[in-house]
Design a protein. Structure first.
Length: 176
């Protein structure tokens, strides 16, 4: 009962990060092992410094990675790489994490937080309506939406009719 309750609390927290309507950026410096990787995978964008070390170690502990964590890992790196990391529980560096798609950017040592803040500032200069809509569209497509699904179509149509598009189009035409 305790394991079920604890697992559900952690799953709910990770789902809250994953489904947050605003972009969530992970800045990874140092060790990112087990639950740290779970938290990073719940984020939209992952930035690691070049000295970061990663590992997904449930097999070393006699555990099975939870379904939500496994789904996020599969979406990020695919089944073959996921099996490699889960079966071996080995540790690996930021370069490999980047090469397999576990992280999106690698920063110089101790600069992941700075790069994450810079990226967040860049994102913040764009339409927040669009950013939230894009995040929702990607989540929907990952969940199995088809191109012709009503919710997917509505996201696009609503954007064309929105204030942010009108302002963006005006700004573009006026070169501002």
């Amino acid at each position: 009962e305790d394991a079920t309750a604890s697992g559900q609390t952690i799953a709910d927290a990770l789902m809250a990060v994953e489904t947050c309507p605003k972009p969530v950026i992970a800045a990874i410096e140092g060790a990112c092992v087990g639950g740290g990787v779970s938290l990073a995978l719940a984020c939209d964008i992952r930035i690691a410094d070049m000295e970061a070390q990663f590992g997904i170690t449930p097999a070393k502990l006699g555990l099975v990675y939870p379904a939500g964590d496994t789904r996020r890992l599969l979406q990020a790196i695919g089944p073959g790489k996921a099996k490699d990391l889960l079966f071996t529980g080995r540790l690996f560096g930021a370069d490999e994490a980047s090469n397999i798609g576990l992280v999106d950017r690698v920063a110089p040592a101790s600069k992941a937080r700075l790069l994450a803040r810079t990226l967040a500032a860049d994102i913040a200069t764009n339409s927040q309506w669009s950013t939230r809509g894009i995040k929702h569209m990607i989540s929907g497509l990952q969940a199995g939406w088809l191109d012709t699904d009503g919710e997917a179509l509505a996201l696009f149509v609503d954007s064309v009719a929105g204030e942010d598009f009108n302002e963006g189009q005006t700004a573009f035409l006026k070169k501002r």
